[in-house]
Design a protein around this ligand. Structure first.
Ligand SMILES: [Zn+2]
Length: 302
């Protein structure tokens, strides 16, 4: 065994231990893999607790998933890992876990895409939700394919989270960032408001990626409505194969707050319920002027 391979085995053991320690996984949940040269992967085996692995437990597979070495079978989520390596030649490692707060957002169907924390904007951009798919089936890689080209981290609906990186620690730290961000976002929502970072500042933060040498797979799109209108519905955000090409972070123009309940947010596809008539909502000037403009137009038509 080369020194590189034994170091990678030790790194996977250490990341597994941290994931279990931080309760990102329970029981035998979660899986970790890393590229071993250009045509092989080192991967956690199925049915072991990630907190108590030893270096000899790992499997070696080729990029098609054929086991080349190891006493145990590779992770049941191997198909998802293989899809990531196929779509992202730059990615060296993949981490999957079920961190409870982030997974709560994945269960509630709430993506972590609001411009709230500068370090999340500069690193991950937005954290979308891949559609629900049965774990360990071919459905899961298909759901992941939609977002993986443009994102280094995503939630998996009703399941967990997935992160990728230039090495196994980089991928793991993104998992920590997602869970930390989810916890902060959850707290802010419990407190009743999230003050959003304005669009101009979001763009400034994006420029910092260059300054700090952060390699993001896609740019941030702070105004999805405008981008979509410019080239037809959703035309600017996905390529012809349906894969996302930017990190959508809906950011308000100018300073000010934006706290529109999801039930009134047209992008969430919600409807106003019977008991919502007296609820307070807050609109940005932009949203308010759009409403007034529409009202004036309909009066003129009458
Ligand atoms: Zn899982």
């Amino acid at each position: 065994m080369t020194t590189v391979e034994s170091a990678l085995r030790a790194d996977i053991v250490e990341v597994g231990r941290r994931m279990y320690d931080r309760r990102f996984t329970a029981s035998n949940d979660g899986n970790i893999s890393v590229r071993l040269g250009s045509d092989r992967l080192l991967m956690t085996p199925k049915s072991v607790c990630k907190g108590f692995m030893t270096p000899d437990m790992m499997c070696i597979t080729d990029l098609a998933g054929k086991k080349l070495q190891g006493d145990r079978d590779p992770s049941t989520e191997m198909l998802m890992h293989l899809e990531v390596y196929r779509q992202r030649p730059d990615v060296q490692a993949v981490v999957h876990a079920h961190p409870p707060v982030a997974t709560g957002f994945a269960v509630a169907g709430i993506p972590l895409d609001r411009p709230v924390l500068a370090e999340v904007l500069t690193t991950l951009g937005s954290i979308p939700i891949a559609e629900y798919a049965t774990p360990s089936t071919q459905e899961l890689p298909e759901a992941v394919r939609k977002y993986i080209k443009a994102h280094d981290g995503m939630l998996l609906a009703n399941h967990g989270a997935l992160t990728v990186g230039s090495d196994v620690f980089a991928a793991y730290y993104k998992m920590e960032t997602i869970e930390h961000f989810a916890t902060i976002s959850f707290t802010a929502r419990l407190l009743g408001r999230e003050n959003l970072i304005a669009r101009e500042e979001v763009l400034r933060l994006q420029e910092l990626r260059g300054t700090y040498g952060i390699k993001a797979p896609a740019p941030i799109c702070p105004d999805p409505a405008d981008a979509a209108m410019a080239s037809g519905p959703a035309g600017a955000l996905f390529d012809e194969s349906g894969a996302a090409i930017c990190q959508v972070v809906p950011a308000p123009e100018g300073g000010g707050l934006r706290l529109v309940p999801d039930s009134l947010d047209s992008t969430a596809g919600g409807v106003i319920g019977e008991n919502d008539g007296d609820r307070e909502i807050r609109l940005t000037y932009r949203q308010l002027s759009a409403l007034i403009r529409d009202a004036v137009r309909s009066v003129r038509r009458d």
